[in-house]
Structures are given as C-alpha cells and as structure tokens.
Design a protein. Structure first.
Length: 485
C-alpha cells in the first residue's frame, strides 16, 4: 500500500532544481539562462529549472525504475487499477495506444462515429476494421450522444467477430453513457471495453458524479488529467484495468508513440494533480457541483440562453457531469461562435469551444465562485441585447450506415488515390476524411463506400459555402477516392 500523501516525482524534480546543478544536458536553455528575455521577464527563471531531461535522478518515462515508476504506481492505486502510464501527448496518444494495445491488424472494433479524431489515427495505426455506430443527434438540445447499451448490444449481435468496443464517455458536453451495463455486455461476450474518458479524470472522486470508466469495469481507459484536474496541458494517463490486456504490450506501444524527451514539468504536474484530487476531490467537486447547478438555474431563467439539465439527459437514458455547462444560444439570433467572440473580447471570458448552436464552459479544479459570477454576468448581459434574427439552423447528419471496403490503414498507406467530382463519387471508396462542423462527425472516412446520400449532403454544404474539415481544395466540389486501377 502506497502513501498517497507522497509525490515522488514532484519532490525529486524540486530537489534537483533547488540544488542548482549546472546543466550539460538538453534542453539548450540551461535552467532558463538562455531563455529569450522577453519570455523570461514574464515567467521568471525558476520554472525552467524544472525542464530537464532523462538522467538517473529523475528517471526515464520509457523504462521507469525510480520516481516515475513510483508516481505511476500511486496513480494506479488512486484510481484502483492494475497499471497506469503517464502520457505527455494527451489522450490523443492514449486513444492510439488503446487501439494498438487491444487489437491486431485485421481485428474489428465497434465504435461510435463521433469519436475524437485521434481515434481515427489509432484505427489507421492499428490496422483494425472500424464497425461504426451512428451517433444519435438530438435536434432539440443540439447535441450528439455516443452509443448507448442497446446500440452496443445490437452491434455485438450483428458483429460477433468484434474484438473490442470503444466508447467516449463523457463526451465533450459531459454526457456519460451506461458504462456498467456496456462493460457487462462486453465481458459476457469476451470483448474488451476501451473508454475514452478524456473529460472524466475527476469522476471517481465525487459520489454524485456518474460512474467512472474504471469503476464500471473498462479494460483500458484514457484520461486527460489536464482537462479538469490540475495537471499541465498534455498531461494524461492510460489505465490498464484487467487481465485481458498485456501490460508489457501497452508499454512497448507507448514507447513507440511517445517522445524520448518528455517534459518533466508536465510529468510532475500529474503526480501533484493525483495527490490533490485524492485528498481534496470530494471537497473541490462538491463545491463545483453546487456552483454549476446554481449557474444552470440562473441561465435557465434567461430568455434566450439555455443550458440542459441532468434531468433532461437522464430522461434520454444517459447521465451528465453537471460541471460542464453547455450554453445553447440559438434564440439570441447569434451563433455560438459569435457569442464566444463577444465573451472573449467584450467580457474577458474564454470558453472551451463553440459551434453554431452552443458554447461549452468547462469548470475545473481551479474554478472560483468569482469566475462563475463573471461568466453569468456576461451571459446575462448578452441575453438582454436586442436579439438578431433567429436562424433556422438544424443539427443534422445523413444516414451513415456505411460499408467499409478497405481498412483506413490500407487506404492511408497505399496512397493510390484520385480525385473525382462529388456528383460522380457514389460507389467509389473514400480515400479521405471529411468532417463538417457541426456536428463534427466525419461524413466520409477512408476505406468506406461512398453513397449518393453522402455526396448530396456534402454538395449541399458546399452550396451553402460551409467549409468542411479535411477538404483539400478551395471549394468542395470533388473528393479523393481509391484508384482501383
Ligand atoms: C473526447 C476526447 N477525446 C480525446 C481528446 C484528446 O485529448 P488531448 O487533448 O488530451 O489529447 C479530446 C480533446 O478534446 C476529446 O474531447
């Protein structure tokens, strides 16, 4: 049993910095001496003493035997899992590693199409066949739901050969799916459950939050410790939570994917964030839950801005991390992007992201009552402004029950692609990803058969001058397809 009060990596790094050791190692700024003065005048010098490289005192991320090994063991114990591995390229690298660790080329994985873009990178690198579940689009709330248990059960019945199921819970909007039931369904059929819990590193530490992935029984799970807890950006963790996954393989794959020069400041911040949430999580998140619910109530008294509630999400069979505030602004006559801009430049409040309909305000362990007050005052002022003309934008998605003809990896590596006009693309195999925002779900994925409905949808977007992520030409008139001859 480890003592959770300890922070072995943070302590080692601080002790090293305090000793003022002369650096003949990378990085070249040498404990901050060579940092550009403009930058150093803002930050001070101390912070650069934490930016060291791999040497025995501070341990190696790729082959840990000292403080990194101890810090990872403490993290594993705090979350109640078999093994944890620190990540310095966010949950993005974690998603890739989960797919590569759980599967071999040619295996298939059931997943919802709204998965984060790093999941597609993982699909390409692991060489798996994706079995796509169509996400549910809620045109009343203007949000998207990941797979529920019934969809997973049906997919497992239709595709008994699947090796694993991959779900995103919570989603960007804080919506969680019924992970305990999904875990049961997967394990009853001998499938691995992989969870992208990038937005949920805090869930385990307050009883009023939805069940976390590792408590539900996910075999592998990835969390962005930096998103809600106090780790620095990029600081994330991959957890192994069952005997169904080979830890040595996970480590080898992460060694393949991660830098050999990890930022020790980020690594030490993971150690510190773990201790903080372990001892103070209940208090920090109890306070945030109360603040968020009060904020939600105040927003929902406004005329034109709306924030969906836990009750509404539960009625749809999902649950909600209430600390995520999704502000729907369609009735202001402004887009989410417009309101984001107003908030940032007129009121000095920056939200995490915006789309046509919504803004997402994310609370974290550092959020104060004053911050929430500032956000609410700004939103209340915007709500009082003369509304613009209400737009009739609709969150929609064509039917994407797709046929995968080649694995995304084969398409990516073969590079035998040609461009055809969208009006003639139906029947071809896509060689590119095209993702309109919103809803941020790829309409085309490499390796799948293009349907007329997809082409019509994309041509309609092009006619409305809506730019689609992944389009490589000025106007979206053509698409890259696999050249079969
Ligand atoms: C659902 C989800 N998964 C994964 C990621 C990637 O996380 P990171 O930014 O830590 O790489 C994100 C990023 O926003 C995300 O929203």
């Amino acid at each position: 049993m480890h003592n959770q009060e300890r922070t072995p990596l943070l302590d080692t790094l601080l002790a090293h910095a305090r000793r003022d050791v002369t650096s003949f190692h990378t990085p070249g700024h040498k404990n901050g001496q060579g940092i550009d003065p403009k930058l150093r005048s803002y930050t001070g010098r101390n912070v650069y003493k934490l930016d060291v490289t791999v040497f025995p005192e501070v341990d190696s991320l790729h082959d840990p035997v000292g403080p990194i090994k101890k810090a990872q063991a403490l993290m594993a114990q705090a979350y109640g899992v078999k093994y944890s591995q620190f990540l310095v390229n966010g949950s993005s690298v974690g998603n890739m590693a989960m797919l590569m660790s759980a599967c071999h080329p040619g295996d298939s994985v059931i997943l919802s199409r709204n998965a984060h873009k790093s999941t597609l990178s993982g699909i390409i690198m692991s060489g798996v066949w994706p079995i796509w579940i169509q996400p549910k689009v809620d045109q009343h709330l203007d949000v998207i739901f990941d797979s529920d248990a019934a969809q997973i059960e049906e997919a497992l019945r239709q595709f008994p050969e699947a090796k694993a199921v991959f779900v995103t819970s919570p989603t960007y909007h804080g919506i969680t799916t019924d992970l305990p039931q999904i875990a049961q369904l997967c394990h009853a059929k001998g499938k691995l459950l992989l969870v992208d819990e990038a937005h949920g590193a805090h869930l385990k530490f307050h009883k009023d939050f939805p069940t976390s992935a590792v408590e539900a029984g996910a075999d592998l799970c990835v969390q962005s410790t930096h998103k809600i807890l106090s780790a620095l950006s990029q600081g994330s963790v991959l957890y192994v939570n069952s005997d169904g996954v080979d830890i040595t393989r996970v480590r080898k794959i992460l060694s393949l994917l991660q830098t050999t020069s990890p930022n020790y400041f980020i690594l030490a911040s993971l150690d510190a964030a773990r201790r903080q949430v372990f001892f103070q999580g209940e208090k920090i998140f109890g306070r945030l839950i109360r603040l968020a619910e009060q904020a939600r109530e105040r927003i929902n008294r406004l005329q034109r801005v709306y924030c969906f509630t836990q009750g509404e999400i539960r009625a749809k069979g999902y649950d909600l991390d209430v600390t995520k505030l999704t502000l729907n602004v369609t009735r202001t006559g402004l887009s989410g992007h417009d309101v984001e801009h107003l908030l940032a430049f007129e009121y000095g409040v920056q939200v995490d992201c915006a789309d046509l309909f919504n803004l997402i305000a994310i609370m974290g362990s550092g959020t104060t009552r004053q911050d929430v007050e500032k956000l609410l005052s700004a939103v209340e002022a915007i709500d009082k402004k003369e509304p613009g003309e209400e737009k009739n934008w609709v969150l929609q998605l064509p039917s994407l029950a797709t046929e995968m003809v080649m694995t995304p990896r084969d398409v990516f590596l073969q590079h035998r692609a040609k461009r055809v006009s969208l009006s003639k693309a139906a029947g071809h195999i896509s060689a590119q990803t095209l993702t309109p925002y919103p809803p941020g779900i790829p309409v085309l994925i490499p390796g799948e058969r293009i349907t007329k409905e997809m082409c019509d949808f994309l041509m309609d977007l092009a006619d409305k001058d809506i730019r689609v992520s992944g389009q490589e030409t000025e106007a979206l008139r053509s698409v890259k397809v696999v050249a079969t001859r």
